[in-house]
Design a protein around this ligand. Structure first.
Ligand code: NAD
Length: 436
């Protein structure tokens, strides 16, 4: 099968796997490994009939993709969003394969999604949808097979419903089937802020590399949810000036920096009680200059943190991006063409597969604790996360310098080396032809 048959060019998945060739060369990868990674291992497309509160029946489309399992069971979140498509889920699953390998945790990559705007559902409709999703994929997932987690517009409560549904179907308590669960249902301490914290540890290592004084460093964050909030909360504590934040409704700017804890408090209080999702806009209560998401991305700041959705930095705006460093808390916020333009101008991009890997790392800790039936204090979780993130950041940074390349290519090369080692351990053409 040719690449074109697998993924027509111009799709998110095609763009995602397009990174393989360059990084594969640096990693000295066997061409068989690259070929394997161009194809997801398995894809399931489901429909989920949901009885709505008014008695009507609505059928939602959903997907689960297992991209690669050479290094362990597949792992990755479930997204609820109106824009979810199979192409997007495949790209997200590929990124998970690479992300787990970047931080050296024993998982392959998977991802799932439902095409839905969950903010339009009641709590009960949402629970029925979430249980329905698991009913359709129960034979496709499992603690040793494929382990979902939260992603955009899914949360701990939803993970709890899903774990409960899976346990009922299997007639076996199965906490390790899903991570990001509420703490009383087997969640890990420290999972809630792990993604933002992981990005923060990367920035702290860069701070050392660049000799930064945090009080002189300005930060803008696009997307003020789990990842974005926690990253800037920690940066603010260290004195970084968070000058702009935004959510799906728009953004705010304050040249001398926001008091991040009060921003978070307002954002979280303004959630509608009837929904479990953020529904308020940060723009409504804080006295600050309103800006659009587009303006936020083009601000003259030191650090820009895209923490919302993919394809935010494109050829349309890359030339106007003034940030010196981009820390990709979101998955896939920068398109490949935009990447080239940023690299030419010397912008350092800490890529998604490294910058947001803290979440899956603590998900791995959660899975380990579920299987041990022994739970760690939050200090232990953070200490282990801290070590992994800083070690892997520095390994990628060194590789970047050694090969005089960009940090994304270095991160892929670092990941592909680990995946390649796992594939080659089973033998590639080189081994089989030599043996004869
Ligand atoms: P979330 O649902 O908690 O928050 C998303 C935020 O983005 C919300 O504030 C929302 O209002 C905002 N948003 C949505 N559309 C936007 C737009 N067009 N412009 C600006 N803001 C917009 O989600 P999250 O968990 O923080 O995930 C955000 C990103 O981080 C996603 O790309 C996700 O895949 C990635 N990520 C999250 C985790 C995690 O553990 N939460 C882990 C790895 C990667």
């Amino acid at each position: 099968m040719t690449d074109t048959q697998t993924a027509p060019t111009g799709t998110l998945f095609a763009d995602a796997i397009g990174r393989l060739d360059k990084a594969g060369k640096i990693a000295g990868l066997d061409p068989e490994v690259v070929e394997l990674l161009r194809h997801p291992k398995a894809v399931i497309h489901i429909s989920i009939p949901v009885r709505m509160d008014d008695g009507s029946l609505k059928v939602f489309e959903g997907y689960r993709v297992r991209h690669n399992s050479h290094r362990g069971p597949t792992k990755g979140g479930i997204r609820y969003h109106p824009g979810v498509s199979l192409d997007e889920v495949k790209a997200l699953a590929f990124w998970m394969t690479c992300k787990c390998a970047v931080v050296g945790i024993p998982f392959g990559g998977g991802k799932g999604g439902v095409t839905v705007d969950p903010r339009e559902l009641s709590h009960m409709e949402l629970e029925r949808l979430s249980r329905g999703f698991i009913q359709q994929v129960a034979d496709f997932i499992g603690p040793d097979v494929d382990i979902p987690a939260p992603d955009v517009y899914t949360n701990a409560r939803i993970m709890g419903w899903m774990m409960d549904e899976f346990s009922k179907i299997k007639r076996q308590h199965s906490p390790a089937v899903i991570t990001g669960k509420p703490i009383p249902l087997g969640g890990s301490l420290g999972r809630d802020d792990a993604t933002g914290r992981g990005a923060y540890y990367c920035i702290k290592e860069l701070e050392k590399q660049r000799g930064w004084d945090p009080t002189q460093i300005t930060v803008a964050v696009q997307g003020f949810g789990n990842g974005g909030q926690n990253a800037v909360k920690l940066l603010h504590t260290d004195g970084y000036k968070v000058v702009a934040v935004s959510d799906s409704k728009g953004g705010i700017y304050k040249a001398d920096g926001f008091d991040v804890p009060s921003l978070i408090q307002f954002k979280n209080q303004s959630r509608k009680l009837k929904a479990v999702y953020c529904d308020g806009s940060v723009c409504e209560a804080i006295q600050a200059e309103s800006i659009s998401n587009e303006q936020l991305l083009e601000l003259d700041v030191d650090v820009l943190i895209p923490a919302a959705l993919e394809n935010q930095i494109t050829t349309d705006n890359a030339a106007n991006i003034k940030a010196k460093v981009i820390v990709e808390v979101a998955n896939g916020p920068t398109t490949p063409d935009a990447d080239t333009s940023l690299a030419q101008r010397g912008t350092l991009v800490i890529p998604d597969i490294l910058a947001n890997a803290g979440g899956v790392t603590v998900s791995y800790f959660e899975w380990v604790q579920n299987r041990q039936g022994f739970y760690w204090p939050v200090e232990e979780v953070r200490e282990r996360l801290d070590k992994i993130m800083r070690d892997e950041f520095n390994a990628v940074y060194d590789l970047m310098e050694q090969h005089k390349t960009d940090m994304r290519t270095a991160a892929y090369a670092h990941a592909l080396k680990r995946i390649g080692d796992a594939v080659e351990a089973g033998g590639t053409q080189r081994y089989f032809t030599e043996a004869n």
